[in-house]
Design a protein around this ligand. Sequence first.
Ligand SMILES: Cc1cc2nc3c(=O)[nH]c(=O)nc-3n(C[C@H](O)[C@H](O)[C@H](O)COP(=O)(O)O)c2cc1C
Length: 179
Amino acid sequence: MPDVLVIYASKMGSTQEIAEAITAHLCVAGLSVDLYPAEDAPDPIGYRAVVLGSAVYLRRWRRPALRYLRRHTTTLRGLPVWLFQSGPCGEHDASEGIPTPRAVRRLIDRTDAFEPVTFGGRLDPARAAGALARWLSSSKELRGDFRDWVAIRGWARGIAGQLGAGEPHLAHEAGPWRP
Ligand SMILES: Cc1cc2nc3c(=O)[nH]c(=O)nc-3n(C[C@H](O)[C@H](O)[C@H](O)COP(=O)(O)O)c2cc1C
């Protein structure tokens, strides 16, 4: 059984790429990892930890991510669960975070997952899904790739450290671990 289950909910691909990068960093640290879109992700039973991330649309997480957390509440409560959300584009400094959506907050309370870390997102007219996405990505202020790969790597390394892999002295970067 692999160590970590990494799950993502993405519409235009950028959150998927973040999940892929996290997976790669965890593997480099010596952990074995399964990576799944939320709609196909297996039951977390047997994994040592779960990392789950969603893109943010209109201040909400993608439904498959919420559904997964809801469906597996009991199992997730017994595991360390790290969450991330990806969204802010333009001037917004993603490292300051964005409010945790209410539905996510309720699920954090039920699963004991860590507070989500926020990563910047990407708005690319070539990948825009839907009229609203095309309109937003036509704005010079919002268009672009705002993902901070150094921050993403630091977070993934911190998780590896908390799981006793890679460089444990980086463990603090992923927040405190509560058994
Ligand atoms: C219609 C639409 C609504 C969005 N709403 C938000 C939002 O409320 N908060 C936010 O931080 N980002 C928002 N974004 C930015 C997306 O979260 C960002 O583009 C993200 O990288 C998309 O992830 P994905 O490529 O994995 O689908 C929105 C983007 C679109 C197209």
